[in-house]
Design a protein around this ligand. Structure first.
Ligand code: PLP
Length: 479
């Protein structure tokens, strides 16, 4: 036998062997009349442990491809290859071969852990239940029980909501636009996905911030996009870094989150905003401005968005209601040149036939109502209370072990650990104690960072969360 499993491959050796045997069955290498090679023989031929062959045969058995009986070895399943021609698909192989990549393992791990009751969740980037405008939405639902249209809506989004968003961005973000230049999406996330799918192609290079929320999204990798990192300091990225990067890699797009950036909580300075727009125009590189957080500004001062400063149509602007109203509404939007918006809307129609009418309608009623402005004021002061609470707790429990930057808005605080620790171990030790947070590597940071979200939990448990973190950290620093 010439074939040998590849020990350097990502796929487990037993899975490679299972795939090899399955392929051998379909090509006739193994016939249904005779038994498959014994575990011992196959292990010898492939140079692996017998237990690895056992695992491979068990995998094939679970898929219904082989039958295993004590004493008579392993045979090709007669049910499948014989009389009935029934064949169970190898779902494992399909799942591995799909072009859309799964989430990062750490993200999957945190998601599973967050399902547990009593976990203190300092990881999910959303508002706590107490901050959601439940009463206002109950009133909206009760007062407007009938929708006049329940068919497919315009793929670009409901016309009334687009009109309201045009007013909203003018009032709160100084962006002047028309409903025809707006696309309603399923959160900012879908906006990012549509842009990647429609405006970029495999092999393109883009630049993202380092660290960056975008790094946590395999959607770039799934689309075959090369991502290059622009380091962030306390004023955001250094715009001139883009020039050097572009010379080397022909950057086709810049993804920036200038306000209360996820994960650092930093704001890009006005001077750098101006400069990045100049560079974008000089080099002809479009900017994707991702802005879910600017309205959370604790002192109510909202910086000029890149879109509001953009005289040349270089910026595609993304925002969402997830961090200021409710993430479960799944209402986001993109603002850009009409032809680009039409292209994205055409894709959205193919993906989901346009956004569901119910959240669009509810969002429109809320955004139009006087409650919205009051709600934003409440969110700002409540988030500031939570921010203050986490800062006090960090000082109380881990002052000697952690440095951090105090954010003036948003929902995240980015902490640097003064001592090297194994971040996987730190996460597991924290989870054992009923706490979740996000390790820095999820955002591309190679250094010792963690992100805590202070917006997701009620104020009274934030301190307990940091106390649990301090305990977990002390275990990891010792080992
Ligand atoms: C910077 C940034 N962009 C986009 C998103 C996606 O948000 P959503 O799809 O809920 O609007 C998030 C969520 O955490 C984010 O932090």
């Amino acid at each position: 036998m010439e074939w040998r499993p590849d020990r350097t491959a990502k796929k487990a050796v037993y899975k490679q062997i299972a795939d090899y045997i399955e392929q051998g069955i379909s090509t006739g290498l193994y016939s249904s009349e005779s038994a498959l090679p014994s575990e011992r023989l196959l292990a010898k031929e492939l140079g692996v442990n017998r237990s690895t062959v056992v695992a491979a045969y068990e995998e094939l058995k679970s898929l219904g491809i082989v039958e295993r009986k004590k004493g008579s070895g392993t045979r090709i399943s007669t049910d499948i290859w014989g009389i009935s021609h029934k064949r169970i698909p190898n779902w494992g192989r399909y799942m591995e071969d799909g072009s859309f990549l799964p989430n990062l393992p750490l993200v999957q791990r945190i998601r599973t852990e967050n399902q547990k009751r009593n976990i203190i969740n300092l990881s999910s980037g959303e508002l706590s239940p107490g901050l959601l405008p439940r009463e206002q939405f109950k009133t909206i639902m009760a007062e407007n029980p009938f929708l006049d249209h329940l068919g497919y809506d315009h793929p670009q989004g409901n016309a009334a909501l687009r009109e309201t968003i045009a007013h909203h961005v003018k009032e709160y973000k100084k962006i002047h636009t028309l409903p025809a230049s707006i696309l309603i999406t399923s959160g900012a996330q879908q906006a990012l996905h549509l842009i990647i799918q429609c405006l970029l192609k495999p092999g393109d290079s883009i630049a993202i911030e380092d660290p960056s929320y975008c790094y946590s999204l395999p959607i770039f990798q799934s689309a075959g996009i090369n991502t290059f990192l622009l380091p962030v300091d306390q004023h955001g990225i250094n715009p001139d870094d883009v020039i050097a990067l572009h010379r080397k890699h022909r950057i086709r797009m810049l993804f920036l989150n200038p306000d209360f950036q996820n994960p650092t909580g930093l704001k890009m300075s006005p001077a750098r905003r101006k400069r990045i727009l100049e560079i974008s125009s000089e080099l002809g590189i479009p900017i994707i401005e991702d802005d879910p957080y600017s309205l959370t500004s604790f002192n109510s001062e909202v910086s000029d968005t890149l879109k509001s400063m953009d005289g040349n149509g270089n910026v595609l602007y993304i925002s969402s209601l997830s961090k200021i109203v409710a993430s479960g509404l799944r209402i986001g939007w993109v603002i850009g040149p009409e032809n680009v918006i039409e292209r994205l809307a055409d894709a959205k129609q193919q993906v989901d036939f346009g956004h569901s009418i119910f959240p669009q309608w509810a969002a429109n009623e809320f955004l139009k109502s006087p409650s919205f402005d009051k709600h934003i004021h409440m969110i700002r002061s409540e988030l500031k209370i939570r921010r203050d609470e986490i800062v006090v707790s960090l000082d109380q429990y881990v002052k000697k072990e952690v440095d951090y930057f105090i954010p003036e808005g948003g929902i995240h605080i980015w902490c640097r650990l003064k001592h090297a620790v194994n971040e996987q171990q730190l996460l597991e030790e924290s989870m054992k104690r009923g706490l979740s947070f996000v390790p820095g590597s999820v955002f591309g940071s190679q250094k010792r960072y963690v992100r805590f979200t202070f917006g997701r939990e009620e104020t009274d448990v934030i301190g307990e969360g940091i106390a649990r973190f301090a305990e977990a950290l002390s275990v990891c620093v010792k080992t």
